[in-house]
Design a protein. Sequence first.
Length: 318
Amino acid sequence: MPVPTLDLRSDEPLHVLVPSTALAAAAEAVSPRVRAHRVTPTDGPPAGEAAQAQVWVPGGGTAIPPGFLEGLPRLRLVQLLSAGAERFVGRLPEGVVLCNARGAHTPATAEWVMAAMLAAQRGIPFFVREQDAGRWSFGTQRSLVGARVLVVGAGDIAQAVGAMLTGFDVELTYVARTARAGLRSTAELPDLLPHADVVVLLVPVTPETVGMVDAAFLAAMPDGALLVNAARGVVVDTDALLAELTSGRIRAALDVTEPEPLPEGHPLWSAPGLLLTPHVAGAIPDTNERAAAAVTDQLARVLAGEPLVNVVDKSAGY
């Protein structure tokens, strides 16, 4: 896929729509040519100079409101603050490039995966509840050391998890859409799942991955296995997972759910064997700085006429 650039005259201002005053200041610090405009898309299309924006940086969790893009005739680039691009793939006008912030959330998300695996394997949620109840409940738990870990996904977060697992003496297997050196293919999952103590989901949202973890996938996991989802909630069939958790056959650690946010009274809140966090895997102070750096680096490339980075392949969805 050819790497695109944005063509600007040497004296042409670069108008950028941003979600915050902090990001506006960072963008304008790149060059006097940058004009940053803070916008709230749900308020409608921008007016004045903001309507001449060539770049839009949506805030986290932002979707595309009806009529918003129609009010931006000069838009050429949508630069995300996240790695996930599913809200935008297939929804942008022809000629508008979509780029993500690949790498901005990598260390934090990989760290969450490690924390979730260790906490679940060593029974930390159980012991916290026992501490709250004032009970000294000795018991033997599982271990991550020597475990068979199957990572479904082979991107930068998956590789970071693998690096962090060094020293735990795990048997690590990566699965990607297609097999290549060091990677097994998703077609091999039925043969791989029965031998995994821990299954980690780190895949992008695509038509192939939505609902990937269904009843058959879960049934193939061995008794007592742990499912860790740091991808997106739609990758997992929630009803199928609830059935397995309720039976007590497998366990799970989720940072993402479907639906999300998880409504009050939803059965996942009380599901046995579940460690649940509210989509906070990437939520550490450094993440915002990394995401802002991805934006400012991209703006500098635009001004210099250099090829863009982290371009999303619209056909693949990531």
